[in-house]
Design a protein around this ligand. Structure first.
Ligand SMILES: [Zn+2]
Ligand SMILES: [Zn+2]
Length: 130
């Protein structure tokens, strides 16, 4: 019997193996190297399944596309508007904000996402050289 990785395993290994933030197209590109028969619909289905299972997380980037993330802790992101690079910010998630909204507006907030935009260190240095 030949042993193949399941489609879900292939997709999970890509996200969790890179420690990056990947869009579905990037996942598809990498998945096709493992199994050329994989299509975008299959990749999307498996990505969303992994999100539902709590194995990965997803959020929207500046272009309003979904980005899939191997980091499932609540965290904030920074996106460089010059090179487009996306980073996790090493600052603590502010759960006080959720509590405050729950209390003052009587809502049931589970989580919030914040994206910071600006210029990364690398691009700041490049700018200085010109
Ligand atoms: Zn940059
Ligand atoms: Zn992240």
């Amino acid at each position: 019997m030949t042993k193949f990785s399941s489609q879900r395993e292939i997709v999970a290994n890509i996200i969790c193996g890179t420690h990056q933030h990947l869009c579905a197209d990037e996942v598809l590109f990498m998945a096709k190297k493992v199994n050329p028969r994989l299509g975008i619909a299959t990749v999307y289905r498996n990505l969303n399944y992994l999100v539902e299972e709590g194995k990965i997380s997803k959020f929207r980037d500046a272009n309003q596309g979904y980005i899939f993330d191997s980091n499932i802790e609540k965290h904030y992101h920074f996106q460089c508007m010059t090179c487009g690079m996306l980073y996790d910010l090493p600052i603590r998630y502010n759960s006080n904000l959720d509590d405050m909204i729950n209390r003052e507006l009587q809502l049931e907030i589970d989580t919030h996402e914040t994206m910071f935009y600006g210029t990364c260190k690398k691009c700041q240095m490049t700018k200085g050289e010109n």
